[in-house]
Design a protein around this ligand. Structure first.
Ligand SMILES: Nc1ncnc2c1ncn2[C@@H]1O[C@H](COP(=O)(O)OP(=O)(O)O)[C@@H](O)[C@H]1O
Ligand SMILES: [Mg+2]
Length: 261
């Protein structure tokens, strides 16, 4: 447990946080010249053009921009899901797209958690079984994987829903199941694609506040795709995309939402 919050203690924590922010800015992810197009000939669309950025340990970086601006495509390349046409991604110093398919699958399983916009939960498995999947794939014994899944469900506040199928859960609860599944292998990098899109304001804020306060730590880097300005206060930095390009990176909180997004 944390120390009780006395004024001195709070001041100490604040200083520690500030120091951590200003001193320990180590690079977790480096993307360089990421480019991706879809289709051929007349149907060719350039979805992402020459995107470069760095993300640091201990930060939450938001990726915002209008629908179709390339956010999902870009972070799919960063997460090892979609191979770039050009450019490089290095995570913890590893150039991920130079790995073989098997090596990359292994790397993703151990290093990256991805929460898809529509959750991708398996309807015929229980909630706990859904959460256990990464450990099952990693060939952990079934009982161990299931008890670990229950532990992570408890962390996201869903211990009592372990044995029901995900269809019995609300949107916010399904989101937390998807987060628990992304976290169970203790990834350094967590990517959430539009995590609050289908949620009401309070549920969305609670989930992002949970991610900020319970999931983020000094070794983790969290990337969140969103155009929900109600949660911008939880961002350390906000990267803007338009037409497949980065148009700027601003500090969280100081950012003003685009008109009409
Ligand atoms: N699998 C795909 N096949 C063809 N076009 C795609 C595919 N995925 C994305 N696109 C196109 O790439 C562009 C960027 O899409 P996306 O990355 O999904 O944007 P965002 O996540 O910002 O809404 C859009 O024009 C979209 O239609
Ligand atoms: Mg998207």
């Amino acid at each position: 447990m944390d120390m009780p919050d006395t004024p001195g203690n709070i001041a100490e924590k604040t200083v520690a946080k500030t120091v951590a922010k200003t001193v320990a800015k180590t690079v977790a992810i480096r993307a360089e010249g990421l480019t991706k197009g879809f289709g051929e000939g007349e149907t060719y669309t350039r979805a992402v053009s020459d995107v470069s950025f760095e993300a640091y340990h201990g930060e939450i970086l938001f990726v915002v921009g209008p629908s179709g601006s390339g956010k999902t495509t870009m972070l799919s390349m960063v997460s090892g899901i979609l191979r770039p046409d050009a450019g490089r991604v290095s995570i913890e110093g590893q150039d991920i797209w130079s790995l073989s398919t098997d090596q990359l699958a292994h790397f993703r399983l151990n290093t990256i958690g991805f929460v898809f916009q529509d959750f991708h939960l398996f309807p015929r498995l229980t909630t706990a079984e859904n959460v256990a999947i990464p450990l099952i794939i990693k060939r952990h014994p079934w009982d161990e994987a299931m008890s670990e899944a229950r532990r992570f469900l408890e962390i996201v506040g869903l211990a009592n829903r372990a044995d029901v199928p995900p269809v019995k859960l609300s949107g916010g609860e399904q989101q937390r199941v998807a987060i628990a599944r992304a976290l169970i292998a203790q990834p350094d990098l967590l990517v959430l694609d539009e995590p609050t899109a289908s949620l009401d304001g309070d549920t969305g804020r609670n989930i992002i506040s949970f991610v900020r306060n319970q999931v983020l730590n000094d070794k983790r880097c969290i990337l969140i795709i969103t155009h929900d300005s109600r949660i911008f206060e939880f961002a350390d930095r906000i990267l803007n995309m338009e037409d497949g390009r980065v148009t700027g990176i601003a500090d969280g909180g100081s950012h003003v939402a685009h008109e009409g997004v």
